[in-house]
Structure formats: structure tokens, C-alpha cells
Ligand binder design. Sequence first.
Ligand SMILES: NC(=O)c1ccc[n+]([C@@H]2O[C@H](COP(=O)([O-])OP(=O)(O)OC[C@H]3O[C@@H](n4cnc5c(N)ncnc54)[C@H](O)[C@@H]3O)[C@@H](O)[C@H]2O)c1
Length: 325
Amino acid sequence: MSGSLQGRTCAITGGGGLIGSFLVDDLVARGASVVVVDDFSKGRRANLAHQAEAIEIREVDLEQAGSALDALEGCEIVFHLASRAFGVGHGAGRHWEILAHNEAITNNVLVAVARQRPDHVLITSSSCVHRDDGPDTVGELPLFDGEPEMANWGYGWAKRFLEQKALVVARETGIPMTLVRPFNIFGERYAWAGNSSQAIPMLVKKVMDGEDPVIMWGSGEQRRTYLHASDCAAIMRSLVEAGWTDGPVNIGLAETVTVRELVETICRVAGRSPELIADTSKPEGRFVKSSDPTRLMQAVPGFKPSLSFEEGIRRMTDWYRQEFA
Ligand SMILES: NC(=O)c1ccc[n+]([C@@H]2O[C@H](COP(=O)([O-])OP(=O)(O)OC[C@H]3O[C@@H](n4cnc5c(N)ncnc54)[C@H](O)[C@@H]3O)[C@@H](O)[C@H]2O)c1
């Protein structure tokens, strides 16, 4: 499919979550009829409260085969985002648990897709499918090239299996599928998960709590590319409008900031000046994680983030005030 999503019925699995809830806003603004499928294990109804009149919510645990089967009924387009996703500190010792949960979701969603036959499906994989020792700026590497990112090993395998299984279903059913591999996505609808939280919310909390010194995991010199969840959602919608099926697309840019620069930005926005200390005994993941945007620019010509990094961080300090006030 390609073209406007106006008037189309779009399911968003994981629509109560960080990226999913921004996708809800994006699609509603474009006149789509939106169905959120979520068990709210991590996503929040509060993320959708402002759209209560505009959307349908189906509270479904996609790990349960029976309930998942009907979850996509009547939906013409499916954006599949639901997954068990946490920060890098969560994975250690839990790789099998994470893999097993995500495999159950994958299998059930793909069976439901094959049964409901939507016109188009977007599958959300992750940059974690990429090997650790690839180039610093990663293009869309082949799926089964070495091990996936070791800090997120079980999750990376789950995403590899998701991509491969989706390709099999796409080929057998003829349903066009768009595969995306987001890099580091952040935003103010993040559900705090304690020590399992992702880096930006974790560091925003440390600074805003007034910790001094602030301990950074790893060397602090590791580099990441960051994108706000609203921009990630806009890319997902644009790819489906464009009917993109020509290989997986990285959602990320080449520009990076170091963790130290990230903390300095948080401190500047928050008006704090703690001492910064690097704790190299903690995992830092791969040293540079940056995305080659060549294919993204081919698929979504002219894409530019709508928010500056600093504005995104300012929103995260607002998030802290709401979350922990
Ligand atoms: N945020 C990132 O940096 C990032 C990077 C790469 C890939 N991704 C992927 O993007 C997608 C969205 O990520 P996010 O950051 O919005 O995560 P999130 O945790 O905020 O959203 C995931 C949503 O899935 C729901 N969910 C989990 N298990 C479910 C189940 N069994 N049944 C129904 N719903 C269930 C959660 O309640 C939540 O609303 C995920 O697939 C994630 O793996 C995210």
C-alpha cells in the first residue's frame, strides 16, 4: 500500500508506550481511525488520555494466543510496536526471559496478522540486531551477521527472530511489510523502570534528584545517536505512507553525543553543576552507536528532526517534575 492514512483503520500494538503513544497522536492528526492494542504492562493509559474520544483501546495481553488472535480484527494497517523493552542494565542474567516473552508476542501477532490480512504491516525491530564489532556508523547490516549486541543479547535475538518470521509471513501471505530498526529513542512519556530504565531518564533523574557527584555508567565517552519519540513515530508513519518494503530501515542519524555531553546538557537545562564521575565497572554497551541514514533518507526524503536535542532534554526535565513531584 501507499498513500494517505486518512480514514484508514490503523492498529498500534504497544500504543500506550513511549513511541506508540506519539504514533497515536501522529495518526489521529492525519485523520486515521486508531485502535490501540496494549496490555498496559509498561505503557500507560495516561499517555492516551488526551485522545480518549478519538481512539479505540483494546486491552489485550499479546502473549496470550487466544486473546491476541482477535486483537487486530477490522484493522487495515498494523503498526506492531509491542515488546518487552528496558534499558541496558536490565538484560544481564535475563536474556532468556526477555527472549521468551518477546517470542510469544511475535508468534501471536504474526498468526493474527496472517489471519486478519491487513493491507500493510510495520514491524518494529531494533538497532540491537546489529553486531557489536560492526562499523561505528551502522547501515542496515545483514540480520544474522555474528551475535547481536551483547548487552541486549536476548532482546537482540528476539528482534532478529521477529524480522525473519515477519519476512516469512510476508512472503507466504503477500502482505507488504515495512521493517524498522530504531536506535536510541527517548521522550517524556517514558515509564520509569528503576534500575532497568534507559540511559536518558536514568541520568535526568540523577541530576534532578540533586545527586552530587553524578555517576555515569561506563567511561562516559561512549557515543550515541538520539532521536525524540515523536520524530521516530513520524518516520514510521511516513514509511507506511510510502509503502516501503525494500529492506529494513534504521531509525537514527549519524550525529552522536557522548554520555558526558548528554549529562552536561541535562545539567545546563536543569541549572545544576554536580561533579561527573565515570564508573567503568558498569556496562556501557558498544562504544559508538551511530546510524548511517542513507536508506532512511531514500525512504523518507528530506527527513529532519522536528525537535532539537536540547529541547528534547528540556521535555525530559518536565517529565521528571511530573513523574516524581
Ligand atoms: N525506545 C527505544 O530506544 C527503542 C529502540 C529500538 C527499538 N525499540 C522498539 O520500539 C518499540 C516501542 O518501544 P518503546 O520505547 O515505545 O517501548 P515501551 O515499553 O514504552 O512500549 C512498549 C509497549 O508494549 C506494551 N506491551 C508489552 N508487552 C505487551 C503484551 N504482552 N501485550 C500487549 N502489549 C504489550 C507495553 O505495555 C508498552 O505500552 C518496541 O518494540 C521496542 O523494542 C525501542
